[in-house]
Design a protein around this ligand. Structure first.
Ligand code: DOR
Ligand code: ZN
Length: 347
């Protein structure tokens, strides 16, 4: 049995680092294993203009040790007032790597998102011209659409029409959670890819609701039925270059999750690599872990894979992770995968 695996150092193509004391508390957990991460812009207020991204980047770097090799890849939050020229300038200077589309009301801090897609067409056309990827939160927000159907309906009503009307737009369907999403990505050309989270490879909707409500498994898009989880596992472990890791690690303090109306988000940064090695081993696909975590994302984003490596070691005793971390902004619960982990990242 393989008990040691060295891969190119992973990148996280979808990450929430927050700001202030929470940023300081969580950023080192990602920087420990990942060389780069696409940083989500859903702060309050959101990261809308190039100047916002520049100062947020500085705050992230200030939260990490001076000798860190971690590189935050910044994104801008698409609003109906986003200026195409500001986006183009931020992309061309190398400051931003993508723009994030939140349908208004879809998730945490998405109120400034898009309601009328005609209003953002000039920005999308500029992005298609310069090859800047659009990262999409793929859920409709209509109250009459069942929450478990919101991804599939988004593909049909929003994503497909947008792609047809803006040829050449490069799109990442973020945190895809359904077989519908996987099939849609596979039906498109090389301009379309998808990130898959660690937790959606492990939990289905029973984990959230069966035998008691478990707020630390609540995220958006919400975990779906088992057949969807299996489709995600098949896609992630297939080696198909259109699928890559975006953890969507999204810390919230315990009091904001363990309440009558709790926040959506699962904090997986500390144990993601152990969880993924476990999943890929279960699927007989350890040899394809590197493609998922370290090769497919750079290929889509048109950057070189990392030259540095990360080694995973399989021990005979379970790896112990703290079940909570303390931050200056409160205690944050670490994702409980529900089984023992034996793979650990070598220091
Ligand atoms: O679960 C989630 N948490 N999904 C999102 O789309 C946003 C994120 C957050 O920012 O907390
Ligand atoms: Zn997210």
């Amino acid at each position: 049995m393989t008990d040691r695996l060295t891969i190119r150092q992973p990148d996280d193509w979808h990450l929430h680092l927050r700001d202030g004391a929470m940023l300081t508390g969580v950023a080192p957990h990602t920087a420990r294993h990942f060389r780069r991460a696409i940083i989500m812009p859903n702060l309050v207020p959101p990261v809308v203009r190039g100047d916002d991204a520049r100062s947020y980047r500085q705050r992230i770097m200030a939260a990490l040790p001076a000798d860190t090799t971690f590189e935050p890849l910044m994104t801008l939050y698409l609003t109906e007032n986003t200026d195409p020229d500001d986006v183009a300038a931020a992309a061309e200077s190398g400051l931003v790597s993508a723009v994030k589309l939140y349908p208004a009301g879809a998730t945490t801090n998405s109120d400034s998102g898009v309601r009328n897609f005609d209003k953002v067409r000039p920005v999308l056309e500029t992005m298609a011209r310069i090859g800047l990827p659009l990262c999409v939160h793929g859920e409709v927000t209509d109250s009459d659409i069942d929450i478990f159907d919101r991804e599939a309906v988004f593909i049909e009503r929003v994503l497909d029409p947008v792609l047809r009307s803006v040829p050449g737009l490069r799109v990442v369907m973020e945190h895809v959670t359904t077989k519908d999403g996987i099939d849609y990505v596979r039906s498109q050309n090389k301009d379309m890819a998808a990130t898959i989270t660690t937790h959606h490879l492990i939990i289905n909707r029973n984990h959230i609701l069966a035998g008691g409500i478990r707020p630390h498994y609540y995220c958006l898009p919400v975990a779906k039925r088992e057949n969807h989880r299996l489709a995600l596992r098949e896609a992630a472990t297939s080696g198909d270059s259109r699928f890559f890791l975006g953890t969507d690690s999204a810390p919230h303090s315990d009091p904001t999750k363990e309440t009558a109306c709790g926040c959506a988000g699962i904090f997986t940064a500390p144990n993601t690599m152990s969880c993924l090695a476990h999943v890929f081993e279960e699927e007989g696909a350890l040899d394809r872990l590197e493609a998922f975590t370290s090769l497919n994302g750079p290929a889509f984003y048109r950057v070189e894979p990392n030259a540095t490596t990360l080694t995973l070691v399989r021990g005979s005793e379970p790896v112990i992770y703290p079940d909570k971390i303390e931050t200056g902004d409160g205690t944050v619960t670490v994702f409980d995968c529900g089984f023992n982990l034996y793979w650990r990242v070598e220091d």
